[in-house]
Design a protein around this ligand. Structure first.
Ligand code: CO
Ligand code: ZN
Length: 335
């Protein structure tokens, strides 16, 4: 599991450029699914046929990660940028980034900084070691994208890396495919979506194409368990968080209750999640076509969208267990 996540997070995949991540995931699962395809937007869609084809279940984990995009190259070779998704300027100070999966750069800001809350992306730059604009342009073009340049580390029983949002969710889907001992109850589409971080765009087209009856996202959520954290009743290591609400969705109560019942019956620890900040692919699945029964399993994460996101290994294992129980359940109370 740790080895799989290491390969996933260390693969370059900012929103809009998920190709390398997609090929890695395809290689992991293609022998173990009944059908696999890539749609026009770039979503990877893998089907595990169910015992019953009267309902369709869609699972969504996003392949993309937040990043930067080059907007201007200066005479001295410095790269100016804006963000792709939710990247805080202060998380970038002193950070190394990787353009196009190959060119390393260092980030700093103009002048002296009196107030960190006033720091803006357009007062910052990337130094890729070039001395002139021409030299920089040999490596970087306007519109090229970058991600944090970091490796995965194991810290106690916790993983620290960039891009755990949402390669950890991708790993949960991959491991669930590998660990399923019998056919799922219904036809189950494992969807690895694109462009979640810029407005859950891949989930729009993939859910339209699949037209699911039930949609379940697997993504990171936040926690309230660090010094003076904003109040939130989710902690690291206390189990997968069964989503109740985020800014994209009010979860179907019957699906939420099914997840709670299955967690309790199988002695899987769980928490309930109300996320005030940010949406997920869940809301797109719920609103696709004539609507779907939608919910989510959220992996608790600290420092989400920083270069050092943190998740707990037991939460991952329990997320896989809970998802597997759902897929093999009778979906009681839903239809
Ligand atoms: Co995110
Ligand atoms: Zn995410």
């Amino acid at each position: 599991m740790k080895e799989l996540i290491k390969r996933l997070v260390e693969t370059f995949g900012p929103s809009g450029d998920e190709l390398a991540v997609r090929e890695l995931i395809r290689g992991e699962i293609e022998d173990q699914v009944d059908q696999i395809e890539v749609d026009t937007m770039g979503n990877l869609i893998a089907l595990k046929k169910g015992q019953d084809d009267s309902n369709k279940v869609m699972l969504a984990a996003h392949m993309d990660e937040i990043g930067l995009i080059a907007t201007h190259i200066e005479e001295e070779g410095f790269i100016r940028f804006s963000n792709v998704g939710g990247v805080s300027p202060y998380n970038l100070l002193g950070e190394r980034v990787l353009f196009n999966g190959e060119t390393i750069g260092v980030i700093d800001k103009e002048g002296k900084l009196d107030d960190i809350s006033k720091l803006k992306h357009d007062k910052m730059y990337v130094d890729i070691g070039a001395t002139t604009q021409e030299e920089a342009e040999e490596k970087i073009k306007i519109g090229d994208t970058a991600t944090y340049y970091r490796q995965l580390d194991l810290v106690g029983n916790r993983l620290v890396a960039k891009g755990l949002d949402d390669r950890a969710g991708c790993a949960v889907l991959i491991e669930t495919i590998k660990q399923l001992t019998e056919q799922p109850t219904f036809d189950t589409y494992f969807v690895f979506t694109v462009q979640e971080e810029v407005g859950t765009r891949g989930a729009i087209t993939s859910s339209y194409g699949i037209n699911p009856d039930v949609g379940i996202a697997v993504d990171l959520t936040l926690t309230g368990d660090t010094p003076e954290a904003k109040r939130m009743a989710v902690s690291l290591g206390e189990g997968p968080a069964i989503k109740v609400k985020d800014r994209s969705v009010l979860v179907n109560p019957q699906l939420k209750n099914l997840m709670i019942d299955l967690a309790e019956e199988n002695e899987i620890p769980y928490q309930l999640e109300v996320l005030d900040r940010g949406g997920t692919d869940t809301g797109r699945m719920q609103l696709s076509r004539e609507g779907a029964i939608a919910g989510a399993i959220s992996i608790p994460g600290r420092y989400v969208h920083s270069p050092s996101e943190m998740i707990d290994l037991t939460d991952l294992e329990n997320s896989i267990k809970l998802l597997s129980e759902i897929l093999q359940s009778d979906y009681q109370g839903l239809f």
